[in-house]
Design a binder for this molecule. Sequence first.
Ligand code: 5GP
Length: 193
Amino acid sequence: MVFIKALEEKILKEGKVLPGNVLKVDGFLNHRIDVGFIMEMGKEISEIYKNEPVNKILTIESSGIAIAFAAATYMNVPVVFAKKNKSSNISDNLYSSPVTSFTHKNTYDAVVSKDFLGKDDRVIIVDDFLARGNALNGLIDIVNQAGAELLGCAIAIEKGFQNGGDALREQGVRVESLALIESMTEDSLTFRR
Ligand code: 5GP
């Protein structure tokens, strides 16, 4: 609770809302990394999933990696990050799922080597933002292709008004967001509690 309050305050103080419903938090997460703060974020995620038998964290490059690394430090598990592959040259040894980027409006393939994810894995997926849910759906698809078990997702900032999180919850996926934005405009931002 203390960390969540601190995250909300940091978003209010440092976040900038850009046209197209994009929240910029480059000062601590997407460009400069506030290492102490992101470690606290990782600790919070490890607390949320402490009763689950997680043995791997899956994320996607690039901004998910720092958060996943921080959580993994406390959970003592490895991190695998999906790469964003722009060529259609997919090898046999990769799981792959198409994702339409919310911020860049292009489509890429999220790819993960079959060497690093398999049926013995019990996974949480970690990412920085959740908007329409395209990135998470791609990662969930990859977990399913691998025959691994999905225990849940942990997101730093969910934009609740873009509905990706609720759609996944309705499908029975556990989605835990540290900050959940209810509404945002250039001069006001509210959280769902
Ligand atoms: P979704 O796939 O859920 O529509 O969007 C999530 C992905 O898009 C995240 O991996 C994140 O990189 C990016 N994203 C979506 N919304 C925002 C935003 O408001 N700010 C930033 N910085 N990234 C976002």
